[in-house]
Design a protein around this ligand. Structure first.
Ligand code: ARG
Ligand code: ZN
Length: 873
């Protein structure tokens, strides 16, 4: 069944207060819910029956205003509790029985390594009790939790603790009250034997907030980084957005079994362990940075998501796009803004552009869905971030802040739409964003085709920019969008030319944001003394593709001279893409020596920002090369890229060794942009050299593997060894690593994914063996992602085996997981959905694999939607 935005109706009933009592046992949980309900004065259907959502609930009793209802006074459909005749305001008491210990879907209330925890977004609350489970119904929650005191000494829910005490039979209770009305998706409960790490934060108005991170005892030494990140986030949101925290306590809980990264439940954020726990010995730089960003993201949701929430799930990007924008600004401020921009653009261009070009393409504000869990996508999150960023670019920082202040003030305590957000930005700035709204409505990645011509006689440079937006499923003939297009022009000496458009007087700035609103524009720059090299879409000012015929020499020139760091990097990527493409399918073609020289220059440039150098030396990934190609042949792309690595490593051996020796960050371990860049360069040098079987590098790698004091270096050495031709050393290192770390599930996940993603150790039979490994667990999403996800998402040469064995393996895995965890099953299907893009030797096998999933009996709604949309013509 498909749900449409156009069919939105306000709720018939509102819930003012939800009083919940949980009795937690080993064989199940009894949930007593007492709701004060009244008819919504704004609803049309006065007199309509009361309908509450439910899922997998055993109904025990229903009371209306204190009177137990007879069986014929209500209807218990499996997904709905219907009470046909109710007064205008009443108290409904419902008792349900649920089995958290058997909940493998990890939606609603479930158990993870012995503790009870919840995940309610988007529609998990209905797996706990009957409720109008939609975000525009906001209630004040009071939650009493009862459990065995020895097994579950810690009992948590949203808000502030208001009561606690002892019960019979060694049981106890704690009552929590959340003063802020909230939708059910923000409800949370945790019960377990957890240790508590404390800190405090003084807010800008001088209130003292109690900060707590709860973890299993074995993780007690992994909370410091998250706590620091939390305090930095709280300070930053005050300084940058004027947002202060509103409860007296803020809690974070780490759980091992979690479908996603983390969840912003009011006052009680619940995190996937891998997104919150870290110490230098066992987690990498990447993990440290990811944790800082996710802690910030969930914290920022307290305003962009919780205080102001979504009217319906079509508006998901209202909170996600804006919050990703906020966390990306935060990460930029905490580290290197250019590197952060490169990372965001890389993810967008590799994965979101692919989504936008595939069968699941949807607008930032979708018009319909079957299963909302399938719409927690790169488009909602990352393209949604870019859309907010473009508003920021168009308005400038001051007006944007005015707009966000107005948005929070106007809509505090409300459930609103992306349109309300844009309107606040318009009202605060006086700008007309009506055409800009198309970014929310039209799917597909706009393509900008740029042509230029220079007239020496009149010293004018003319630039023509045409935009087009490809058709996507159900959407054709799109209108031009409002695109902020930042650009600069470089003079022959490499400096930026001040930009003056024809008809303007004063000499302009060197970067201008042109606003594209028509199908095509021509801009005329005057006073240009010689033919410039254009630097287009500076800092990736819009989520679009840009086509312009730069020569390789121009790209080399931009790589060393562009004042825009992002475009220096982008020029390098374009050069590498061209060089790799040229080799594809031409075994005898030579690697363009200009790429070797450009890389040599970078390696030798000690004055340049090493964080940018580290990024620039990374070759485009196979996934990106595939995304750019038409009917790609994966095997050919893989081998072409491999050849380039070999040529670079061979030609630059001395420089790489020198770089390796030079890049030694001082102790103690720190996650600064400088140190991260150092370790990244060092490990890249190592991996390139091991790739060509360099014996000298082998001993460096073994030494580093033995003596590393942080996981970035230890895993870096392991990865380099795994991807090297040194078979014996590779096996020994893998074994030693496992022996050392087998008690730490997060490190074991890294160990799995290094192997499953490797072209050397990640052939299908070996991946199957990983699934038989003692540490593998089909119930744990992180383990599935670290083996199956890494194989299908990163190990493209084996996944796209031309016999189709990789596809059949993935299809089998999806069918297996469909019953136990449909959300994870549906996510794993993503690589297969792109079947139409590939050359026929691949696409046939991918399609067959999808069909075999489609034909499974009792397919979940999650997988059904993905598979049917991918196979539809
Ligand atoms: N709101 C969470 C976040 O972005 C993600 C929750 C996703 N849950 C889901 N069932 N898809 O931080
Ligand atoms: Zn979020």
């Amino acid at each position: 069944k498909t749900i449409y935005l156009s069919e939105y109706r306000v709720p018939d009933f509102l819930v003012d207060h939800a009083d919940l009592r949980f009795e937690l046992f080993e064989d199940g949980a009894r949930v007593h819910s007492s709701l004060s309900i009244r008819r919504n004065p704004e609803a049309h259907g006065q007199g309509s029956p009361l309908e509450l959502n439910g899922d997998s609930l055993q109904l025990q009793s229903v009371h209306l205003d204190g009177r137990e209802l007879a069986k014929d006074e209500y209807e218990d459909r499996s997904d709905l509790l219907v009470v046909p005749s109710v007064p205008d305001a009443f108290e409904l008491r419902v008792v349900t029985w649920i089995e958290p210990q058997n909940n493998t879907r990890l939606e609603g209330l479930y158990k993870s390594s012995g503790m009870f925890c919840t995940q309610c977004e988007a529609e998990g609350f209905r797996c706990i009790t009957f409720f109008p489970d939609r975000p525009d119904v906001m209630a004040r929650f009071r939650t009493r939790i009862e459990a065995d005191k020895a097994a579950y000494p810690v009992l948590l829910s949203n808000g502030n603790p208001v009561d606690s005490g002892e019960l019979d039979n060694g049981r106890h209770f704690v009552t929590w009250e959340d003063p802020f009305p909230k939708p059910s998706y923000l409800f949370a409960l945790v019960a377990g034997a957890l240790v508590e790490k404390n800190d405090t934060f003084r807010t800008m108005s001088g209130r003292e907030i109690d900060l707590r991170i709860y973890v299993e005892p074995r993780n007690a030494d992994k909370t410091a980084h998250a706590m620091d990140s939390l305090k930095r986030s709280m300070r930053w949101d005050e300084e940058t957005y004027g947002r202060e925290y509103d409860l007296d306590i803020f809690m974070i809980v780490a759980v091992d079994d979690f479908n996603m990264g983390a969840m912003e439940n009011k006052g009680l954020n619940i995190f996937n362990s891998s997104c919150v726990l870290a110490r230098p010995e066992s987690e990498t730089d990447m993990a440290f940075q990811r944790i800082e960003a996710i802690v910030a993201h969930e914290y920022f949701h307290n305003w962009s998501g919780n205080r102001v929430t979504c009217r319906d799930w079509f508006q998901l990007s209202l909170k996600e796009g804006f919050t990703v924008f906020r966390d990306s600004q935060f990460s930029a401020d905490m580290g290197s803004p250019t590197v952060k921009r490169i990372e965001d653009a890389t993810l967008l261009r590799t994965a979101q552009f692919a989504e936008d070009a595939g069968p699941m393409a949807h607008p930032v504000r979708p018009a319909s869905y079957m299963e909302i869990s399938n719409f927690y996508t790169l488009t909602i999150y990352e393209k949604g971030n870019e859309v907010v960023r473009m508003i920021h670019t168009l308005l400038g920082p001051e007006l944007f802040r005015k707009g966000s202040d107005l948005y929070f003030e106007r809509h505090d305590g409300q459930a609103v739409t992306t349109d309300d957000f844009v309107r606040a930005m318009e009202d605060a700035s006086g700008r007309d964003l009506s055409q800009f709204r198309l970014w929310y409505e039209q799917a597909g990645t706009p393509v900008l085709t740029v042509e230029d011509d220079y007239d020496e006689a009149s010293q004018t440079y003319r630039l023509t920019v045409a935009q087009s937006i490809p058709d996507t499923p159900g959407q054709t003939g799109k209108k031009p969008q409002h695109i902020p297009f930042a650009l600069g022009l470089l003079a022959a000496n490499g400096t930026d030319i001040p930009l003056t458009l024809a008809g303007e007087h004063s000499a302009g700035v060197t970067t201008r944001v042109l606003e594209l609103t028509e199908k095509s524009h021509t801009f005329e720059f005057t006073g240009i003394a010689s033919r410039p090299v254009p630097s287009l879409l500076r800092n990736f000012s819009a989520p679009v593709r840009v086509n312009y015929p730069w020569t390789r020499d121009q790209l080399m020139f931009l790589m060393s001279h562009d004042s825009d760091g992002f475009n220096r990097w982008d020029a390098g990527q374009r050069l590498a893409v061209e060089v790799i493409r040229e080799l594809s399918g031409h075994a005898e073609a030579e690697v363009d020596p200009r790429l070797v020289e450009a890389s040599r220059t970078l390696l030798n440039d000690r004055d340049a920002d090493q964080a940018l150098v580290a990024k620039m030396l990374q070759l485009p990934t196979e996934a990106y090369l595939i995304e750019l190609a038409d009917k790609p042949d994966v095997q050919i792309i893989h081998h072409a890229r491999e050849r380039v690595v070999k040529v670079l490593a061979t030609a630059l051996r001395e420089e790489l060794l020198d770089c390796y020796r030079r890049q030694q960050p001082a102790e103690p371990y720190q996650v600064t942009p400088e140190d991260v860049a150092s370790r990244s360069l060092r490990n890249m040098a190592l991996s390139w050299l091991l790739h060509i079987g360099d014996e000298g590098a082998l001993s460096l790698a073994l030494g580093q593997f033995e003596s590393a004091t942080n996981m970035t270096d230890q895993a870096g050495a392991l990865r380099a060894l795994v991807n090297s031709p040194f078979e014996a050393e590779r096996g020994r290192a893998l074994e030693a690593f496992y022996q050392r770390w087998h008690q730490d599930p997060q490190v074991v996940e890294q160990w799995f994914s290094i192997q499953a993603a490797s072209p050397v150790t990640g052939d299908l039979p070996s991946v199957r063996r990983l699934l038989e490994h003692e540490a593998f667990d089909w119930k744990n999403p992180n383990k599935i992602r670290s083996v199956v996800g890494a194989f299908a998402g990163q190990n493209l040469v084996h996944f796209h085996d031309q016999e189709g064995s990789g596809y059949r393996f993935l299809a089998d895995t999806i069918r297996r997981l469909d019953d136990s965890n449909p959300q994870i099953a549906a996510r794993l299907a993503a690589p297969l959905t792109r079947w139409r893009k590939f050359a026929p030797v691949y696409s046939e096998g991918m399609r067959k694999a999808l069909e075999s999933v489609r034909d499974k009996d009792g397919l979940s709604r999650d997988v059904y939607e993905i598979v049917h949309k991918s196979l539809a013509d």
